[in-house]
Design a protein around this ligand. Structure first.
Ligand SMILES: C[S@@+](CC[C@H](N)C(=O)[O-])C[C@H]1O[C@@H](n2cnc3c(N)ncnc32)[C@H](O)[C@@H]1O
Length: 295
């Protein structure tokens, strides 16, 4: 989808383990600027850079500030940008990061660059706010019940670990037929809240789209419905025909102006059977892409 070309400049907005950066750099004689807020990912990227002298740079920070990070590198235009949203396997699989309800670890869930951690939310957030977080960011129907149980328990003893929190959630929510762990949705919700993930996505889409040259592509892979909804809405509005205002027709109803972007994926692209077998974590991935029209 990204179609890297020789001489192009590409943004990998979510470096992680560098799989996307590597694939781009290997497919054309181009330059890649990568972003990641996680200090551990940024350290990996600095190592990675040694393999691509003069062709790869890493910016440690949040994608919501990408325009400000790219400017000092002299990047004023992009031939393509890609985002692979959410947490990385490095983050989930490291118990010390506190993302996983399957492994004992501190209640952190910080990707990097945010002030609060999950323990602060779970131990100090008012009950109604906690319920809203679980409902909105986890789409958890039992949000009120879980928030109530958390608040009752923290009065006696504050939460310190992931298993501690998962245990309380499992004690009030029964597993359903899907076999999904009852703690899954609450952990997703807390992670999104800790890292303010959703507001970052919208800002990143706007800033990267604004830098794309004609023919430049924006490609986004999301992993759950909240992320995908933001991407879908942004792409739909960027690719829709905007009304062109005039003095006689201020609403611009009669004169739709050609949209600046063209949708490349009418419906999102999902992984095939073989990819899901090889990489079960790709199961819920959805890829959307759009391209800036030539002027
Ligand atoms: C799913 S992983 C990317 C994996 C990568 N495509 C690869 O091939 O290894 C997402 C990465 O993006 C980073 N990330 C997520 N949200 C971010 C944000 N708002 N700002 C900066 N980095 C972010 C995470 O720290 C994580 O390392």
């Amino acid at each position: 989808m990204l179609k890297p070309r020789d001489g192009g400049v590409y943004l990998d907005g979510t470096f992680g383990g560098g799989g996307y950066s590597r694939a781009i750099l290997e497919s054309a004689a181009c330059r890649v600027v990568a972003v990641d807020r996680d200090p551990a990912a940024a350290a990996r990227a600095r190592e990675f850079a040694l393999g691509y002298p003069g062709r790869f740079e890493i910016c440690e920070g949040r994608i919501s500030t990408l325009a400000a990070m790219l400017a000092p590198l002299g990047v004023a235009a992009l031939d393509g940008a890609v985002f692979d949203l959410g947490v990385s396997s490095y983050q989930i699989d490291d118990p010390a990061r506190g993302f996983s309800f399957r492994q004992e670890g501190p209640l952190s869930m910080q990707m990097g660059g945010s002030g609060k951690d999950a323990a602060q939310i779970v131990n100090f957030c008012p009950e109604s706010e906690l319920a809203d977080i679980l409902y909105e960011y986890g789409e958890e129907k039992a949000a009120r019940k879980i928030a109530k149980a958390i608040v009752a328990r923290r009065k006696a003893q504050k939460f310190e670990t992931t298993s501690d929190l998962a245990g309380v959630i499992r004690s009030v929510v029964r597993p359903d037929k899907s076999g999904i762990d009852p703690a899954t949705r609450s952990f997703q919700a807390l992670r999104i809240a800790v890292n303010e993930e959703l507001s970052d996505i919208e800002a990143a889409l706007e800033q990267s789209a604004a830098l794309l040259v004609p023919g430049g592509r924006l490609v986004v892979v999301s992993f759950h419905s909240l992320e995908d909804r933001i991407v879908k809405n942004y792409f739909t509005s960027a690719c829709g025909r905007a009304p062109g205002a005039s003095r006689h027709d201020p609403a611009g109803l009669a004169r739709p102006v050609q949209a600046q972007f063209q949708l490349l994926t009418k419906s999102p692209v999902a992984p095939g059977e073989a990819e899901m077998r090889a990489n079960p974590r790709a199961r819920s991935a959805k890829l959307r892409a759009m391209e800036r029209r030539a002027v």
